[in-house]
Design a protein around this ligand. Structure first.
Ligand code: FDA
Ligand code: NAP
Length: 447
């Protein structure tokens, strides 16, 4: 045994990198495969750098709700009778009846987090927490073919181990993005680190705070700061004229259906472009209507009272910032008239979004050259979510995330994780069966 907590000589069928909802759904799909085909066990293990399970913990703000139905959980769209469903969780928590009485499709993020923790607790033998995968390298298998992958894992104590696998499933999640040239600091945070950084501050020292962005994160944090710091001036720096609503109406929502993946994947370039042109506003730079109304209500109440501490600076982008000890100077560029002004704040939150998962970060330049890219330089990906190899590699690098350009808008979301994980599990099983058949035929013909 070593850092990974696993016998190091074992060759896994698949090693999962990251244990967020996507790879949890894969772990469950593999477990359920084993239950139905015990003669074909799939050897798998997952590595998660957090010390315990957590799903965007720093954004678990009070009253925030899920942006998908509770039925888009880890399993239901793939296996409605799975013991890992949200409904099973409610039943186990003795809350199913009350949940139904509440008549709400969209649980709080707090409750969904409880659900994910509940599911993770039953999967604890499949994951090692406090372990970060730092590199993936190809190695030859017994036949001298490049059919295996060495996965380098660093434990919380800094020690490094290597595990070997036929496939990896990279599911390392979104990468926080700050505007070019800006850096985080003691009182300058990206939204992904918000709660833990905020909770370290004495509230009375936060008299003047600002939130950058016009997406869901920005609106939720602005509302939270306004409600939590009744003495503070709160500025919302919006690149748009006002917050735009997230389109979650039924026809538009169909773009997240499992079938839409095929239509996107096999569609023409023009069809894929239409998905984005017409439906980007289902997810990016948009806000749920209830949060928009909650913010407007607060602003209107201030007008009625005749006192204002909630300031919306619209058509404004942050041009640069200067760290001044605990304070920050924020240079604001007006898109309306091109003028610049600055404000000085005690805390600045960049709710400026995320970049997608990029597998090259883990593969490294040398190994990454083995995989094909399209004309725009993006990785080519098979329908079953594997990177397309340019060489004779027979090992598989599966992606859960980072496939918006090939599989569509649900790539970075929860909507399709149950079905996608089932497809990846099936693909791993099928490829292994084919390889075993090929080996058997070879052995037979050699006799
Ligand atoms: P996720 O980011 O959840 O998990 C990745 C895991 O990999 C993390 O636990 C990380 O620690 C780990 N990791 C990273 N690098 C590693 C390494 N090198 N080694 C080991 N571990 C590593 N979508 C939706 O459909 N409905 C919703 O309601 C929401 N809500 C929402 C709220 C907020 C605040 C954000 C920022 C995003 C959402 N999303 C969402 C979108 C979000 O991408 C989605 O909910 C899931 O987090 C996707 O799950 P993944 O497992 O793919 O990534
Ligand atoms: P986002 O939707 O990408 O929004 C980022 C915002 O920052 C955009 O308005 C962007 O404007 C703005 N921005 C970027 N640079 C700027 C600058 N220099 N000055 C001013 N504004 C700037 O990111 P997000 O809100 O973090 O959402 C990311 C994902 O998480 C989405 O899927 C969202 O639905 C999800 N989420 C869900 C919940 C929930 O479930 N309750 C909560 C939070 C987030 P431009 O558009 O002009 O670039």
């Amino acid at each position: 045994m070593d850092t990974t907590g696993r016998p190091s000589e074992e060759i896994y069928d698949v090693v999962g990198i990251g244990f967020g909802p996507s790879n949890m759904a894969l772990a469950i799909a593999l477990e359920e495969h084993e239950a139905t085909s015990p003669e074909q066990p799939i050897r798998s293990h997952f590595f998660e750098r957090q010390l315990m399970f957590g799903w965007h913990r720093n954004m678990l703000l009070p009253s925030t709700t899920m942006q998908i139905s509770f039925l888009k959980d880890l399993v239901t769209f793939r296996n409605p009778v799975s013991r890992y469903s949200f409904i099973s969780f409610l039943h186990a928590s003795d809350r199913l009846v009350q949940f139904v009485n509440n008549q709400d499709f969209y649980p709080t993020r707090h409750e969904f987090h409880q659900y994910l923790e509940w599911a993770a607790s039953s999967l604890s033998d499949r994951v090692t927490y406090g372990t970060e995968v730092t590199a993936i390298r190809p190695v030859a298998d017994a036949d001298g073919q490049p059919g295996l992958l060495d996965v380098e894992v660093r434990g919380a104590d800094g020690t490094t181990s290597v595990v070997t696998a036929r496939n990896v499933a990279i599911s390392t999640g979104l990468v926080p993005r700050l505007p070019d040239g800006m850096s985080a600091g003691a009182r300058v945070w990206h939204s992904s680190e918000f709660l833990s950084r905020y909770q370290q501050q004495p509230p009375h020292e936060l008299r003047n705070v600002a939130v950058v962005g016009a997406g869901q994160s920005a609106a939720e944090i602005t509302r939270f700061l306004y409600d939590s710091l009744p003495h503070a001036e709160v500025s919302a720096i919006l690149p748009s004229y006002g917050y735009s609503v997230a389109d979650d109406t039924p026809f538009a929502n169909q773009i997240f259906d499992p079938n839409a993946v095929d239509e996107y994947y096999f569609g023409t370039e023009r069809a894929r472009d239409s998905f984005w042109r017409y439906h980007r506003n289902t997810n990016y730079s948009v806000v749920d209507a209830d949060v928009i109304r909650a913010l407007y209500q607060r602003s209107y109440d201030e007008q009625v009272r005749g006192s204002q501490r909630l300031h919306f600076r619209n058509l404004t982008r942050v041009a640069e910032i200067e760290h001044l000890g605990d304070a920050t100077k924020v240079v604001l560029h007006s898109v309306l008239d091109g003028t610049q002004e600055h404000i000085v704040v005690d805390a600045l939150v960049f709710a400026t979004g995320y970049d997608g998962l990029d597998p090259a970060r883990l593969l490294g330049d040398d190994f990454d050259r083995n995989f094909k890219r399209d004309e725009s330089g993006r990785h080519q990906v098979t329908r079953d979510y594997r990177l397309v190899t340019a060489t004779g590699l027979t090992c598989g690098v599966y992606l859960q995330g980072g496939t918006e350009h090939t599989h569509g808008l649900s790539s970075a979301l929860l909507s399709n994780i149950a079905v996608r994980s089932g497809e990846i599990a099936d693909s791993i099983v099928l490829r292994r069966t084919r390889a075993e058949l090929a080996d058997a035929q070879l052995a037979h013909s050699a006799v």
